[in-house]
Design a binder for this molecule. Sequence first.
Ligand SMILES: [Zn+2]
Length: 299
Amino acid sequence: MKTIFACDIGGSKLLCGLVTPEGQILDTESTPLSLDITTDRIEEYILSFYTVLTQRNPEAEPYICGMTIPGLADTDAGIWVYACFSGISNYPIADRMSKKLNMPVYIENDVNACALAEKVFGACRDCDDFLWMTVSNGVGGGLVLGGKVYGGAFGGSGEIGHVIVEDDGPLCPCGHHGCMEAVAAGPGIARRYEAITGTWLSAKDISVLARQGDETAMSVMAKTGEYIGKGLGKAASLLNLRRYVLGGGVMQSFDLMEPYIREAFSREAFASPNKNAEIIPTALKYEAGLMGAAAITLK
Ligand SMILES: [Zn+2]
C-alpha cells in the first residue's frame, strides 16, 4: 500500500504520520518542540519517527514526504526561510531530508497547507477558488485560486488576519491597530470579556459560558463573529470567492457566531456578486496540519 509520510512541524509540536492518498491517517508519532529547537534535532526526530512508523506498519510503503513549515517557506526551492518562534532561517530542509529519507520531499507554509488539505480531502473538493481562514491564538489565511495556493508577489498573500476591522482598535503584534488578529483571535476575545467583567477567561471558557446562556459571554462571541464577517466581507469585495472555510480553535464555536458573521458579511461585502458566497466550517477537524502535509504531495 503506497502511503505519504506527512510531517506537521508546528511552533510547539512535531507530528509525523503515515497517510494514505485518500486521506486516511494510519499511524502517528509526535513530540513537543521547545523554542531552542535546532535543525539537527528536528532531523533526528523526523528520522526516528519515520523508522518507528514504518516498523510498526510494515504494509505501508511511503513513497513521498510532505512537510508543513511554521513561518515563511520557499516551496520551489524547498527552503524553510524563516521561523517565527526559533532562530531557524534559510534551512534547505527539503533537500536534506530528501537525501536522508530517500524520497522526494515537498514543503509548504502550514496555513497554506491546511487550505490545500481542504481542497484535496475536505470541504472544497468541488471548489477551486476559496479562502481558508484559521482563528486560534492568531488569525491566518490561505488563498486558493484556480485550485492552487496563491502565494503573492512577496509570499504574503491571504493574510486576512491583518485586515483592519476596528479603527483605533487594540494593538496587533504586526504593529497596526484593530487588525482582525487583534480582536477576533483568542487573546482578543479574552481581552474584550475582561474589559466588561474584570475577569480573565480563555476564549474557550467564554464560548462555554455563551453556550450556557451567559449574556455577556454571548455578546463577546457575537462581536467576534461581527469582526470575522466584516473581514471576510472586505475579502469578498476584492476577490469574489465562492467559499470561505473557517478552522482553528475559536471556530469550534462557528455555530454560535454564524448569524453575526453572516450579517456583518452582508453589510460589508459588495452585495450583488457576493450574495451566493458560502461561509462554512472546516471539514478537516483534527490533524488539519498533518492532512495539509499529505495534501501538498498530491497537488
Ligand atoms: Zn495586524
